[in-house]
Design a protein around this ligand. Structure first.
Ligand SMILES: C[S@@+](CC[C@H](N)C(=O)[O-])C[C@H]1O[C@@H](n2cnc3c(N)ncnc32)[C@H](O)[C@@H]1O
Length: 269
């Protein structure tokens, strides 16, 4: 079943996402890949309302042409370009990524944020083959890696994390999801296709200043764990209330693991 993402959730996570992203990977992309490509032709998969566009466009050389692909027309209707980017054109495209193919005409960069953990091994294989077929670079960022660390632990943490990580591997619309294994699997596939690959951590750092995001995140975790363990509903809700209060009071901080991956084709243009 296709998973729907609320615009409110995406806007809540956008500042944490932007703060978490890897600078070294961006520098490598700018230096090694972007120079001399004008316009830079970029495809953003599972774009939502355009968070990835708003982060990347001001940081890449202009001019750029963006194509934003998502199956949710409501999210695409809310796409806003960044205020500070240079010359930029953009097009939104409503499509289900299950049957979507890279445009035959040139694409320099395929990018996606917070998408890779939702896709299956088969779908990833198709993506890698499409990138390789077009000689495109890939920047796949903010993929959940399964690591959840509280600075002060609670006896319920490990159970919730294990239940959430198992839930991450369910079918989210693109086949059984890779979940926390997504970046490692993508690195292997891109290397097999002759790419050079770099991975950097991009964790969220949450504390008493991140309560609205933490509240929704923890509520989502509890829902996921409850689906698998309905008999534990009371224990899970008590854990959630306790952990939110721990964050609010400053007793603990929370790190949620993500990874960014950059893959560059080895072949000359
Ligand atoms: C976690 S959200 C990330 C959105 C955006 N990239 C961001 O960073 O804010 C995942 C996005 O993938 C889209 N998506 C999920 N499955 C899809 C599919 N089968 N076809 C097209 N888009 C899909 C969702 O609509 C959603 O916008």
């Amino acid at each position: 079943m296709n998973e729907r993402f609320a615009a409110d959730w995406l806007s809540l996570r956008e500042p944490a996402d932007h703060a978490a992203r890897s600078h070294p990977l961006l520098e490598r992309l700018r230096g090694a890949w972007c120079s001399g490509r004008e316009p830079l032709r970029i495809v953003d998969l599972g774009s939502g309302t355009g968070s990835n566009l708003r982060y990347l466009a001001p940081r890449l050389p202009a001019p750029q042409h963006w194509r934003l692909v998502d199956h949710d027309p409501e999210l695409l209707g809310r796409v806003r370009p960044p205020a500070t980017a240079g010359r930029l054109s953009l097009r939104t495209e409503q499509a289900d990524l299950r049957d979507w193919e890279l445009p035959a005409t040139g694409t320099d960069l395929v990018t996606a944020s917070a998408l890779l953990d939702l896709v299956s091994a088969d779908w990833l294989g198709r993506l890698v083959r499409a990138c390789a077929g077009h000689g495109a670079a890939a920047l796949l960022v903010l993929s959940y890696d399964g690591d959840v660390t509280w600075t002060v632990p609670d006896p319920g943490d490990a159970f919730v994390r294990a239940a959430v990580n198992a839930h991450q591997e369910r079918d989210k619309g693109l086949g059984a999801a890779l979940g926390p294994r997504a970046t490692t699997e993508a690195a292997t596939r891109f290397r097999e296709a002759g790419y050079r690959v770099w991975i950097e951590p991009s964790p969220w750092h949450l504390d008493s200043g991140s309560l609205p995001l933490a509240r929704q995140l923890i509520a989502g975790w509890i829902n996921a764990a409850e689906e698998a363990f309905p008999e534990q509903a009371g224990t899970l809700r008590a854990w959630g209330a306790r952990r939110l209060e721990d964050l609010r009071s400053g007793r603990t901080r929370l790190q949620v693991g993500h990874r960014d991956l950059l893959a560059l084709p080895d072949a000359p243009r």
